[in-house]
Design a binder for this molecule. Structure first.
Ligand code: GLN
Length: 189
């Protein structure tokens, strides 16, 4: 076991799968449902699911303001799919949620016909990775200080900006734990 406690936002969506992967890598996971759950975490995962619902639940639970502050203050954060949408500063044709990551995302960017697909593509610093997309967003615009880690068909699908990692796809549903391992190493710093 490693001496590291990761909060996994557990309001809605694919949070259990992140917990399994992080626990297998030796981290302790705690489910975040209310502000007191944020105590003492070394990093946080914002899972995939439905960003509109998650955004509403962030307000209802009282998590919105303390969570936004922790991320802005530098807490290592991994946002996947809907989690990336929650972090984005702008969402095309919609209102932003936490707005901590200086990018514009497009929701359901692959349309209905190609709503879900898998592709193996290189990620900077990680190598080839099996990316699972489910009604995924992509990033239409990123500020200059955002590192672009991967593109698929010319569209940005993975970024890092200081403490925040944002992914269009679902690493927790793959068998490859390299992204979670990399995230844990950021949390250990
Ligand atoms: N389409 C969802 C949204 O807009 C995201 C899908 C996902 O997280 N797999 O929130």
């Amino acid at each position: 076991m490693r001496n590291i406690k990761i909060g996994v936002l557990a309001l809605q969506g694919a949070f259990i799968e992140h917990e399994h992967m992080l626990t297998d890598l030796g981290a302790v996971c705690t489910e975040i449902r209310q502000p007191c759950d944020l105590q003492g975490i070394d990093g946080i995962v914002l899972p995939g699911g439905e960003s509109t619902v998650q955004g509403q639940l962030l307000y209802k639970s009282g998590l919105f303001t303390p969570l936004r502050k922790l991320i802005s203050d530098g807490l290592p954060t991994l946002g996947t799919c809907a989690g990336l949408i929650l972090m984005a500063q702008e969402i095309s044709s919609s209102v932003a949620h936490l707005g901590t990551l200086p990018v514009t995302v497009k929701r359901n960017a692959y349309g209905r016909q190609l709503s879900s697909f898998v592709t193996e593509q290189p990620i900077a610093g990680i190598g080839n990775y099996p990316m699972i997309f489910i009604r995924a967003p992509y990033i239409e615009r990123a500020d200059e200080n955002v590192e672009i880690l991967a593109k698929v068909d010319g569209n940005i699908v993975a970024v890092k900006c200081r403490n925040q990692i944002g992914l269009s796809f679902h690493p927790e549903l793959s068998e490859n734990s390299n992204i979670h391992e990399w995230f844990l190493s950021q949390c250990e710093k």
